[in-house]
Design a protein around this ligand. Structure first.
Ligand code: PMP
Length: 397
């Protein structure tokens, strides 16, 4: 049966992580995977998560099946985080949320809903984007095209071409957008650009999916949801995939949610029944534990406030590392000005390094990054930053 089956290609990001693990060099640095690390290079367990774990342990609840749509408290908190507590979207009940297996699971639920139920088969993603966007939509039966996003020479968003490409999409196409902290470029739209984009989306009858995997990692929880709130205010129907992987440092617990914003409560109820159908056929019902942790924290005002502080600390450490990297590059004598890293948002930076330079960083210095030149700023710390800056400078010469 499987004699002639070809091997699938290694995941370009997770594959690098495996190579890093196998590298015996003490000075090695992992800048590949999109995971927040502390100054000590560790994935943190947030204090609020530890407290929630203790409470759950004491409560000693049985591990029965949960609802198909997941933990109802989490579904509610997701909407509050996205739209703001008193938002019209919430009071009118015109949105529905289903807990998902991380942000990835939310995107898959969205793709399935739109394809299986509404018959959509065209999607457009940014060039470049997080690779799994393309894979998920292709696997869900879509033809995936790309709108231009990045101007390599200028190191900015190629907005004119982007708008042209979006305008040229067939009406009804699913347009995948990064709500904040664009992965991999670290370049986000200005408020003005979001407004222009929204106008074109409405005019062309496109279906937006806003992916928000890094809420709280750029400016703050409310600020980072401003694009979603702009779309909500416009009164259009759209979809949002959320993730708590980064904001709660709960990567392996697979906790996120798909939110579908519709025109009214009746529509939302019907959409919810269909999303549940997709979930049921894929995995029956989502895992309980991560959701219970998130619900415990967000349901307790004291823990919630503490979570916001812990989230801000992660965000601020990344900002500090951006500043330090720019300085260290200057000090190391980099032939290229690296101050652009301070202007990018979120966890990632697009360095402009070629695949050959990325290969040299790995081979000669044990510094692992993605072949497209993306680095995860959260992998930097006070101990490794000078070493990294020297290596970054050396491979440019
Ligand atoms: N969207 C983007 C843009 C991402 O970068 C990621 C994570 N790397 C996800 C979605 C998925 O996140 P999760 O791990 O929660 O599935």
């Amino acid at each position: 049966l499987f004699e002639k089956i070809p091997a699938a290609p290694e995941d370009p990001i997770l594959g690098v992580g495996q190579q890093f693990k196998a590298d015996p060099r003490a000075e090695k640095v992992n800048l590949s995977v999109g995971v927040y690390q502390t100054e000590e290079g560790k994935i943190p367990v947030l204090n609020v998560v530890r407290e929630a774990e203790t409470r759950l342990y004491k409560a000693n609840k049985p591990h029965g099946y949960g609802p198909i749509s997941g933990n109802p408290d989490v579904d509610h908190y997701i909407q509050e985080l996205l739209f703001g507590k008193d938002s019209e979207v919430i009071t009118s009940k015109r949105a529905c949320t289903v807990q998902s297996l991380g942000g990835t699971g939310a995107i898959k639920l969205a793709a399935d809903l739109l394809h299986v139920v509404l018959g959509k088969n065209k999607a457009a993603t940014s060039a470049p984007t997080w690779g799994n966007h393309n894979t998920i939509f292709k696997q869900a039966g879509y033809e995936v095209s790309h709108y231009r996003y990045y101007n390599k020479e200028a190191g900015t968003i190629d907005f004119d071409h982007l708008i042209g490409d979006i305008r040229a999409l067939e009406s009804g196409t699913v347009v995948v957008l990064h709500a904040c902290c664009h992965n991999p470029t670290g370049l986000d739209f200005s408020e003005e650009q979001w407004k222009t984009l929204l106008d074109v989306i409405v005019e062309r009858g496109l279906t937006p999916l806003l992916d928000i995997a890094y809420q709280g990692f750029d400016k703050g929880l409310d600020e980072d949801a401003s694009s979603i709130r702009l779309f909500a205010k416009a009164g259009i129907s759209f979809l949002v995939s959320s993730s708590f992987s980064k904001s709660f440092s709960l990567y392996g617990e697979r906790i996120g949610g798909l939110t579908v914003v519709t025109q009214n409560a009746d529509e939302a109820a019907r959409v919810l029944s269909q999303v549940k159908q997709m979930a049921r056929a894929n995995y029956s019902n989502p895992p309980l534990y991560g959701a219970a942790l998130v619900a415990t924290v967000l349901g307790d005002p004291k823990l919630r406030a503490e979570w916001e502080q812990e989230l801000a600390a992660m965000r601020n450490r990344i900002r500090e590392m951006r500043e330090l990297l720019a300085e260290a590059m200057k000090k190391a004598g980099s032939p290229r000005d690296f101050s652009f890293v301070t202007k990018q948002d979120g966890m990632f930076s697009f360095t402009g390094f070629t695949p050959e330079q990325i290969e040299r960083l790995k081979k000669d210095y044990g510094i692992y990054a993605v072949a497209n030149g993306r680095i995860c700023i959260a992998g930097l710390n006070h101990k490794n930053i000078e070493y990294v800056a020297k290596a970054f400078t050396a491979v440019q010469k």
